[in-house]
Design a protein around this ligand. Structure first.
Ligand SMILES: [Zn+2]
Length: 311
């Protein structure tokens, strides 16, 4: 184990919970930083943040500062030099940047990745992996301290046809994710509803935080067998998932200017949560103590009064 990886493990033990967020501490360097895993709202916020800076603009230079991500940044990425970005899309937690000549980049932010648009003269930070200089005179940089992110380059095909996207369920904010669909999916399914909600084949992008918060809003305990939910309750759950994610994206949108601030951190924020990581604290609605339990190696949080399992 490298010193760095060791330090991160120590960081996890020291402070953060089972989830991929919290305060980390690098004992060797004496630094403390706050980080959390980008979820769908952060990826959508990133998409909206970078879009005006890249769409219609040419990549004048590709600088691979360090290629050691989950998979190495491919050498072929330099082939986008001289071509314009046409569009930025999101599918689940992937960003798809379409480039002229039927090229594309697929970017996943992993556990700690972020994209920033900065002045090209700004000094590189240690974990800046990739820089794309744009014809606007700005530079977009991919930063990823934990290196679980991904930057892929493809050409000659539709990015959406990539094997990464073939098994994915509907987008939660699109009409395809409806009460009717979920009622059909849940028929005869005895697994706990929270586990089902976090299954990307059922619906993409509902991570632990958003599954916990949506179940709270819908009044459903996380361990309730999926098939036990009434049609009405499933309807409430679908509405809650959409509202919780949309609200989070809306809040993230207020920090978009960070994308152009040279030393700014990414436009993520920690929204006010009702149950997630609030074990032992009073419910914001009824004052009952929030409870925590382990489900499929992930922590679940719920209010025993506001959430029920006979719905
Ligand atoms: Zn409550």
């Amino acid at each position: 184990m490298t010193d760095h990886a060791h330090a991160l493990v120590e960081g996890r033990c020291k402070k953060s919970n089972d989830d991929l967020c919290g305060e980390i501490f690098w004992p060797l360097r004496g630094e403390v930083a706050f980080w959390f895993m980008p979820e769908l709202p952060e990826v959508e916020t990133t998409k909206r943040g970078i879009s005006p800076h890249v769409i219609g603009n040419k990549v004048t230079e590709v600088i691979v500062h360090r290629s050691d991500l989950r998979l190495p940044v491919p050498d072929s990425i330099v082939e986008i030099e001289g071509y314009r970005f046409i569009d930025v899309k999101r599918r689940s937690k992937y960003l798809i940047l379409e480039v002229e000549q039927a090229q594309h980049l697929i970017i996943h932010l992993g556990m700690s990745g972020s994209l920033r648009v900065v002045d090209p003269d700004a000094p590189f930070r240690k974990h800046d992996h990739l820089a794309l200089t744009l014809s606007t005179g700005r530079q977009m940089r991919y930063h990823d301290p934990r290196r679980f992110g991904l930057v892929l380059h493809g050409s000659g095909g539709d990015a959406m046809e990539h094997p990464l996207f073939q098994e994915l369920g509907p987008e939660p904010l699109e009409d395809a994710f409806s009460a009717n669909l979920l009622i059909r999916v849940l028929q005869g399914v005895k697994r706990p509803i929270k586990t089902v909600l976090m299954d990307a084949k059922v619906v993409v992008g509902v991570g632990n935080i958003y599954a916990s918060e949506s179940l709270f809003q819908a009044g459903i305990r996380p361990m309730t067998a999926a098939c036990d939910l009434s049609r009405k309750r499933v309807g409430k759950l679908v509405k809650a998932v959409k509202e919780v994610l949309a609200h989070s994206i809306e809040q993230g949108g207020t920090t978009l200017r960070d994308f152009v601030r040279e030393n700014g951190e990414p436009g993520y924020f920690r929204q006010e949560l009702f149950v997630y990581e609030r074990a032992g604290q009073p419910c914001r609605i009824c004052g009952t103590s929030i409870e925590k339990l382990l489900q499929a190696q992930r922590s679940s949080y719920f209010c025993p009064k506001c959430q029920r399992d006979w719905c």
